[in-house]
Ligand binder design. Structure first.
Ligand code: CTP
Length: 407
């Protein structure tokens, strides 16, 4: 084992979204990666070489004649652990699909043998053109990862599909691929999945609520990885820390457990896979007080609670026979049983196909970037999930779902 820093080639295409890729570069270098930026000549018309050199601490060249003795297009490709191209323009996707190698970036693409990921950005018409569709299909068939672009504001007054994914999402998927080159295989193509995320808030009065510490990061990671693996994804999101909506994902914002129930039951009607990663409040204040509760007297008035619906249990009882349902369990051990014993009982009680178990407490799982646990299957199979990023845990969940789907 060496402690060599992972080496990333960041190919930058000639599109206006190149300016957002400075953030991607920053994110990668801050997480300890050595990044060699290889812009196209057109990319340098949007963001100059000085910016890329300053942010990466490495020289920047666009053609194969700049450093001839070291045969750069071969050396850069051979040394890379990951090649990431953003923005991937229609032109770059076409060249990559056809093996055209007329500059340093396209030459590097042919010499690299590591995982490669393209983040497309272009106008909707260009993304939807049959030529681009065919080029993307060719690249995906060869195992190149090409997530769909996001929808939203494009250059000028246009909106539509073709927006570059959020820089934080690009950095996260790059890290995932560096950890596991197989994590973004396109095995969920054609599947419709619904994921819930975040915590619910149960209002007490106009300014107060009962809530929980869920950040939503695990649910967002599940949605992000599923979309990158080709699924049509709906993300039903309760309250979370500020997180970018994953590219290509339909977001349904909700607040209370009852809102979440309604949104999940509705979205689940069309879904092949349903994942309940949200932290749903088990109880809510029995009464909503329409004015701010005043502190009158010495003793606070007790808050009476009533039980919320169990969304997962209802999803299981109303499922279509072929639908796969995944639950989550955040558990601590207690006097009666350890984490896994509690989790096995919960899987039986809930009746889902899979239960993802996290041991919580002592700063684990909530509001942090990493997670570990077990995957319990209804057939008795138990797989430990090693400590890793929430996207790595998400990839392990989708592997298990895909394995059930094939069985
Ligand atoms: N869940 C749900 N509706 C609820 C409570 C939980 O759908 N009202 C779902 C969660 O999204 C999760 C699973 O059920 O997928 C387990 O949640 P958890 O809070 O661990 O379990 P509870 O059923 O609340 O059991 P307990 O609190 O007794 O451990």
């Amino acid at each position: 084992m060496t402690d060599r820093k992972p080496s990333v080639v960041l190919g930058v295409g000639g599109g206006i979204a190149a300016y957002k890729v400075c953030e991607v570069l920053r994110g990668l270098t801050e997480s300890g990666h050595q990044v060699r930026v290889v812009p196209t000549a057109a990319a340098l018309r949007f963001v100059g070489a000085a910016t890329w050199e300053a942010l990466s601490g490495q020289p920047v060249a666009t053609d194969v004649f700049s450093n001839v003795p070291s045969v750069e297009h071969v050396r850069i490709g051979q040394q890379a652990d990951l090649v990431l191209v953003a923005p991937a323009t229609a032109d770059l996707l076409a060249k990559a699909a056809h093996g055209v190698a007329d500059d340093l970036l396209t030459g590097t693409l042919l010499t690299a043998r590591c995982p490669t990921i393209f983040f497309p950005a272009m106008h909707t018409e260009m993304w939807e053109h049959p030529a681009t569709r065919d080029n993307v299909a060719t690249l995906r068939r060869r195992g190149v990862v090409v997530p769909d672009p996001d929808s939203g504001r494009l250059t000028g007054v246009d909106t539509g599909k073709g927006r570059l994914a959020h820089p934080a999402e690009i950095v996260d998927l790059a890290r995932l691929l560096l950890a596991d080159g197989d994590a973004l295989k396109r095995d969920l193509e054609g599947l419709t999945v619904v994921v819930s995320a975040g915590g619910t808030r149960e209002p007490l009065d106009p300014v107060r609520y009962l809530g929980n510490r869920s950040s939503g990061k695990q649910g967002y990671a599940l949605a992000r990885v599923a979309a990158a693996r080709g699924a049509n994804v709906t993300l039903v999101a309760g309250h979370t820390v500020t997180l970018p909506t994953p590219a290509g994902v339909d977001l349904v914002p909700v607040s209370t457990a009852r809102d979440m129930r309604e949104a999940m039951l509705d979205a689940a009607k069309e879904a092949d896979v349903v994942v309940m990663a949200a932290a749903v409040a088990d109880f809510r204040p029995a009464e909503f007080v329409h004015h701010k509760i005043k502190k009158t007297g010495d003793r606070p008035a007790p808050i009476e609670l009533e039980t919320n619906p169990d969304v997962l249990a209802e999803l299981v009882s109303t499922r279509r026979p072929e639908q796969i349902i995944v639950g989550f369990a955040a558990e601590t051990g207690d006097d009666t049983a350890d984490v896994l014993e509690h989790a096995r009982a919960k899987l039986r009680r809930k009746g889902s196909d899979l239960l993802v178990v996290n041991a919580v407490g002592d700063g684990r799982a909530f509001e942090v970037e990493h997670n570990a646990g077990w995957l319990l299957a209804a057939d008795g199979n138990e797989t430990p999930i090693p400590f890793g990023s929430k996207s790595q845990l998400a990839a392990a969940v989708w592997d298990a779902v895909a394995a059930i789907g094939r069985a």
